[in-house]
Design a protein around this ligand. Sequence first.
Ligand code: SF4
Ligand code: SF4
Length: 74
Amino acid sequence: MKYKVYVDQMKCIGCAQCYAVCPNKVFMIINKKSIPQYMDNCVGCRACIVRCPTAAITIMPRDLEAPYAKFYAT
Ligand code: SF4
Ligand code: SF4
């Protein structure tokens, strides 16, 4: 299953813990912020979410994305 990975740039403190823990190197640290540059590699293990000290990361299965987007739009 493919996942979409979001990093709240306001919450991210650039500690690179997500970069260190991700087994598939989804993240890059650019200008002291985490960017999910390679989110197609995400396998949904949630290790980054557990490790992030500021709860900046959200992942969502792509097949849920469209229904949720519709829900939030109404
Ligand atoms: S672990 Fe969280 S706070 Fe640290 S760089 Fe990654 S997203 Fe930012
Ligand atoms: S859920 Fe796992 S594979 Fe996906 S970005 Fe986080 S650590 Fe990487």
